[in-house]
Design a protein around this ligand. Structure first.
Ligand code: URA
Length: 247
């Protein structure tokens, strides 16, 4: 609690100083009305339902994509074909976050395009939603070579973009898929089996971790484990459906 208060106090100080510099006409600062309006809300929690406030508090996805550009911030850029930014409804009530693009996603530039994406699409449809109604993205935006896990340094560089995307979409629910996405956003090291099944507060959103579709598909030759993972995911998904008011 003390740490949070300390953080809010620092945010407040930075905010005031930037506002002072901007209003004094210092060059190098964006003094536009929109930016000053954003600074005014720093450190304050904004309800995701206050859409008109959201419009001035957060940047939009196009601006974040533009800022990402032809990203060369880490070595994943050396081997990638496409940046996989994210796709779906920019005002989604639910965002799914996976770990990293794989071969199919790297080839086409769209998240969840391969086998695990197919299973995710079925899960979304079982929720009586479509891929176009939710937003899909990953912890890192470029495929790690050989589809290895992204390294901590690669995650550290890419994460601010994901966080900005989450703020821009401002969903009610975030569902992380697999260990890496949950551990990264929750800043925890416990396995997904321990983290899953309950809601956490993350950046003001309700975040629920569940297994990755890939975790399920990996067990397709081990029927008891396959079924266990499937029903665990469905349990978690039903909690989100309840929260969204889908019965
Ligand atoms: N696995 C992920 O975590 N994300 C994708 O986009 C594809 C596969």
């Amino acid at each position: 609690m003390g740490q949070i208060r300390h953080f809010i106090a620092i945010t407040e100080e930075i905010k005031n100083h930037l506002q002072f510099l901007a209003e004094s006409g210092c060059p190098g600062f964006d003094c536009s009305k929109e930016s000053l309006e954003i600074i005014r809300f720093w450190g304050k929690r904004v309800s995701p339902h206050r859409r008109q406030t959201k419009a001035i508090v957060s940047e939009n996805l196009e601006a974040i994509r533009r800022n990402l550009g032809d990203c060369r911030r880490c070595k994943l850029s050396h081997s990638r074909t496409h940046i996989v930014f994210g796709s779906g409804n920019p005002e989604a009530r639910l965002v799914f976050v996976g770990d990293a693009p794989g071969y199919d996603e790297d080839s086409g530039g769209e998240p969840f395009a391969g086998a695990s994406g197919e299973l995710l699409t079925k899960i979304i449809q079982a929720m009586k939603l479509s891929r176009e109604q939710v937003y899909l993205c990953n912890i890192v935006k470029c495929r790690p070579p050989g589809t290895r896990d992204p390294e901590p340094g690669e995650i550290r560089i890419c994460l601010p973009f994901l966080k900005r995307q989450l703020k821009a979409v401002s969903p009610e629910f975030v569902c992380t898929l697999g260990a890496l996405a949950a551990q990264t956003l929750l800043e925890k090291t416990a396995p997904v089996s321990m983290l899953r099944g309950r809601f956490y507060d993350c950046m003001g959103f309700r975040l629920i971790p569940t297994y990755h579709p890939e975790d399920i598909l990996r067990e397709k030759d081990n029927l008891p484990e396959y079924n266990r993972l499937r029903s665990s995911v469905w349990e978690d998904i039903k909690k989100i459906m309840k929260g969204l008011g889908i019965d």
